[in-house]
Design a protein around this ligand. Structure first.
Ligand SMILES: [Zn+2]
Length: 229
């Protein structure tokens, strides 16, 4: 099980290759995100403003680096209704030590703006293990998710689209859309489960505090530099 180390030296400013992950305890993960347009300019805290497409590309990069299957904008500090997700060739657990680049197994990448989920099959499915890049090292089975859903969303070109998904992919879309409403997968499980992970969650919360402290300090310094130019 991985537990996050205290935040290493962070380099803010400019255009990042990947974004630092917002962690459990960060208030942004509990906010309801706002709708966005593909033509918007987005400002990820700590970095230069970027287009929606640039942010989406960097979110995909971040997701692959962190070995995730989905990443929602609030998880990088942006309170907007957008997520990225990926479907791999197979669902098999990676073998220990096997470092085949994830990107070589990508079947399809998704970037969804303003997604709305319609449940097609109410039957709840609990058969997959779920985790979250904002809650590193914690995985649980038994999160009830609709087995089949239809997602209506806007793509990066501004086209309205609809996509049906089932099983694991349907779960990913539900998990990511939850993030846009300030909901985390642990919220779907009995409180005892959260209690069981209390020690690890406290460590993650501390890492989150450290990160926010670094970010605030950096922003103050930048503000100060600007005022003195
Ligand atoms: Zn998540």
């Amino acid at each position: 099980m991985t537990t996050p180390e205290p935040t290493p030296t962070l380099s803010f400013g400019g255009k990042p290759r990947i974004y630092p992950m917002r962690l459990y305890g960060d208030p942004i993960l509990r906010r309801k995100a706002k709708p966005l347009q593909p033509s918007d300019t987005l400002h990820v805290p700590g970095y230069e403003p970027q287009t929606v497409r640039q942010v989406a590309d960097t979110m995909l990069e971040t997701m692959f680096e962190e070995r995730g299957v989905g990443l929602a904008a609030p998880q990088i500090g942006l309170p907007v209704r957008m997520f990225v997700a990926v479907e791999y060739e197979d669902d098999e657990e990676e073998k220990e030590g096997q470092e085949k680049p994830l990107r070589s197994r990508v079947l399809r990448e998704y970037v969804m703006l303003n997604p709305v989920i319609k449940v097609l099959d109410k039957k709840k499915d609990k058969s997959y293990q779920e985790g979250c890049l904002s809650i590193p090292g914690i995985y649980e089975e038994g999160v009830p998710r609709a087995r089949r859903v239809s997602v209506s969303y806007t793509d990066l070109d501004g086209q309205a689209r609809t996509l049906d998904a089932e099983d694991y992919l349907a779960r990913v879309f539900q998990h990511e859309t939850d993030h846009l409403d300030g909901k985390l997968f642990l919220d779907h499980l009995p409180a005892e489960i959260t209690d069981e992970h209390r020690r690890d969650l406290l460590k993650i919360q501390q890492a989150s505090k450290n990160f926010l402290h670094h970010l605030t300090t950096w922003e103050k310094q930048r503000q100060h530099t600007r005022e003195n130019l």
